[in-house]
Write a protein that binds this ligand. Structure first.
Ligand code: ADP
Length: 736
């Protein structure tokens, strides 16, 4: 137990010096007195060896050597004094034995001191080391505690000596219990690892400890030597590093993307938690994980993108379908950036995959709906135009380009529209443009285009002001190619006009008797007036006043006949409709006049409302007259079989509201059955044997073409009221 004894020796040597030296001196004096002045016949000087040993145990090697020499001198002096020149063989032999004993003891003591010094120096060196060195016995009692241990734990050697080490320092190990560490040390002769201890001031220190078992010559465990380094700072740094790593990992795991990093050739060696949730795990036996998870159809493109990125060192940007754990492929955006070393060489790649399945589906749905819209636009020949005002930045759809017959790369503009507009309609386009610049909420205009090949297109443009985007006013509009519709409408109008003409001619045939009467009556009156004038002239004294009166009648009747013929001619003529402002009441009165004979022939009473005031409408005279006559003729025919009641035709006009005039033709005829009332205005519907069934259908076309409406109200067996309304011309000026 050298380590146990050495400190005690080293401490005791200094302290015991004062007590040992006098003792040694006393013994030396006593031995000398006995040896020199008594006659005892034994080798008393041998006891000087005790003096040497005492001094050696407390003094230095020099002191010991000096004391040894002193003892030799005292032995020789004592020998000479006690024998006074008479030396017997026995006394010489005793003296020699004593000297040998002193010499042997001194040599052994000096050697022992030499080795003790060596050990002490080594011990001092152990004290000097920064490491904490502790020796403790099998019961954990501290037997050595160097300065390093004092600095590390705060207890002095004196405080620590004899204390149970693990209890004193509250030793803990993160890897295993203390008992196991002890067993391990006893079994294998040593242990090393990290421990946590409490300092004297209560602070925790982390140490790296190395224990070595000390055995005696027979192999029996004596003590454990433990050297320890303070690794608290390193440990704290490691903990901080770990914390930062954990935080970084948690941050990376929290990123709503699948983060990965790869070696410079692009083989991933790290994937974050989201990959695991997705069902993708890195495996040692799989070198290139992309091959196993990327859709086979997308793999070549992705590999090509990788090769390109690796070759050029540029960022990777691609999309691919990646398989999930349930086998479903989802579209992902794959992006990666290279990390370079100081020389600019790529060391690693850091990438993020973002699930864009929803975005892709939305995009596909958008593409589909765009395709649908494009198809629908082509089929309906309707293009769209978005216009920002006042800059007039425009966006045209494909169909709009087709309608304007402009190549797709040309930038759309108002000037381009003007260039394509028919010269006669350029004012319409200008007005629409001005309305847009004024910010009107709704724009609706129809105009023609004159294309480069000379063809003409009719277009209908409708636009409305949409919610302002970023403070800009924008019109969203539709441009419809209505050429077919307009052409068809024109054809329809032509055939309607022709049909109306045919109907009028037919009607004139039916009115022949009435017309003939209307024409012959003024002619007969002219003849009568002519005769009268001749008679007034042939008198002996011609009465010129009467002649003048007769000529006046002739002129009036001739005018009337001319008017009737003009009306008949107009009705018989084939001509395009030409609207003009006229009085609906005057028109009704003329119609009654024309049919007066017909009405009289059928014994029909005519009743009118006040037809004298003016109801100004802007219409084609002949067409509206046709409508009124047609309604009256139908009424005449409906009443032809009525004998049980008065045949009465009532024509009434009035202003419906601020904007419309209404004309009603009411009869007391057969009326219309509920069933027939729905088909009344259908072409070729007739209940008459000689009827064609197109009269009312033409009437409806004419009225609706004038912006009006026609309908019937009837009570079967009691009569019918046919009525129509027309927009008033300048309603404010119309007298009521
Ligand atoms: P048509 O006179 O050649 O039959 P219209 O189109 O003028 O052709 O009339 C269609 C049908 O409507 C008539 O056949 C008749 O049945 C019915 N109708 C028209 N006006 C009257 C009316 N005022 N009273 C009863 N029926 C009428």
């Amino acid at each position: 137990m050298i380590f146990d004894a050495l400190p005690i020796l080293s401490v005791g040597r200094v302290k015991g010096t004062r007590a040992l030296y006098p003792a040694a001196a006393a013994i030396a004096l006593a031995v000398f007195v006995i040896d020199a002045f008594t006659m005892i016949d034994i080798a008393v000087a041998v006891l000087y060896a005790t003096v040497v040993l005492l001094v050696a145990s407390a003094g230095s090697r020099v002191t010991t050597a000096n004391v040894a020499w002193g003892c030799v001198a005292l032995t020789l002096l004592g020998f000479m004094l006690s024998h006074d020149g008479h030396y017997s063989d026995g006394s010489v032999a005793r003296c020699v034995v004593s000297l040998l004993a002193i010499a042997t003891t001194s040599i052994l003591a000096l050697r022992n001191q030499a080795s003790n010094d060596t050990l002490r120096k080594q011990l001092e060196m152990l004290d000097l080391t920064h490491d904490a060195i502790i020796v403790y016995d099998i019961d954990d009692r501290v037997t050595f505690w160097n300065q390093g241990a004092e600095r590390l734990y705060g207890w002095t050697a004196q405080e620590a000596m004899g204390q149970p080490l693990h209890e004193l320092t509250q030793t803990r190990a993160s890897t295993m219990p203390i008992d196991e560490i002890r067993s391990e040390t006893l079994l294998h002769g040593g242990w090393h690892g990290e421990l946590q201890r409490m300092r004297k001031d209560g602070e925790t220190v982390f140490i790296s400890s190395r224990c070595t078992l000390w055995r005696d010559d027979r192999g029996k465990p004596l003590a454990i030597l433990a050297t320890s380094n303070d690794i608290t700072a390193r440990k704290r740094m490691e903990e901080e590093l770990q914390r930062q790593q954990d935080e970084l990992r948690a941050t990376i795991d929290a990123i709503p993307g699948m983060v990965w990093s790869s070696s410079r050739d692009g083989c991933p060696d790290y994937m974050n938690r989201r990959w695991n949730e997705y069902g993708v795990e890195l495996a040692d036996d799989v070198r290139d994980i992309w091959q196993s998870i990327v859709h086979p159809d997308d793999l070549p493109a992705m590999q090509a993108a990788w090769r390109e990125a690796v070759a050029t060192g540029s960022a990777l940007e691609t999309t691919a379908r990646i398989r999930r754990k349930d086998g479903v492929y989802r579209w992902m955006h794959v992006g990666a950036e290279p990390l370079r070393d100081a020389n600019g060489d790529i060391v690693r790649w850091y990438g993020v995959n973002t699930d864009i399945e929803e975005h892709k589906q939305t995009q596909q749905a958008l593409e589909r709906s765009e395709a649908f819209l494009s198809d629908a636009q082509r089929l309906s020949r309707t293009g769209s135009i978005a216009t920002r005002v006042p800059e007039c930045d425009m966006g045209w759809s494909d169909e709009t380009y087709r309608i304007f017959d402009v190549p797709r790369h040309v930038t759309p503009s108002v000037e381009l529209i003007a260039a394509r507009t028919h010269p006669d309609d350029i004012d319409i386009v200008k007005r629409a443009h001005e309305r847009a610049l004024r910010g009107e909420s709704h724009i609706d205009s129809e105009f023609r285009l004159l294309l480069t090949d000379g063809s003409v297109k009719h277009v209908h443009y409708v636009a409305h002001l949409s919610a302002p985007v970023s403070g800009k006013v924008e019109y969203v509009g539709a441009l419809m190619d209505v050429t077919d519709r307009v052409t068809a409408q024109e054809a329809l109008d032509r055939s309607t006009a022709e049909l109306a003409h045919v109907t009028r001619v037919t009607m004139l045939g039916e009115m022949a008797a009435s017309i003939a009467h209307e024409v012959t009556q003024p002619l007969a009156a002219i003849v009568t007036a002519g005769d009268a004038a001749a008679r007034w002239l042939n008198r002996p004294r011609p009465d010129l006043d009467e002649v003048g009166l007769s000529i006046g009648h002739m002129t009036r009747d001739a005018k009337r006949a001319t008017d009737i013929i003009r009306q008949i001619r107009a009705m018989a003529q084939k001509r395009d409709p030409s609207p003009m402002p006229l009085d609906l009441n005057a028109l009704a009165r003329e119609a009654i006049e024309l049919l007066r004979r017909e009405l009289e022939a059928h014994a029909i009473e005519v009743e009118t409302g006040d037809l004298q005031h003016v109801l100004r409408v802007s219409v084609d005279r002949v067409q509206i007259q046709q409508v009124v006559i047609n309604l009256m003729m139908n009424a005449v025919q409906a009443m032809s079989a009525v004998n049980d009641r008065v045949r009465r035709l009532k024509i009434v006009t009035h202003k419906v509201d601020d904007g419309h005039a209404q004309l009603s033709v009411e009869d007391t005829g057969s009326g219309i059955s509920e069933e027939n009332s729905h088909r009344l205005f259908s072409p070729f519907f007739t209940t008459r044997k000689e009827g064609m069934g197109i009269g009312l259908s033409i009437c409806r076309s004419i009225v609706e073409a004038h912006g009006g409406r026609i309908w019937a109200e009837s009570q079967e067996g009691a009569g019918t009221t046919m009525q129509f309304i027309l927009p008033l011309d300048e309603p404010a000026k119309v007298e009521s």
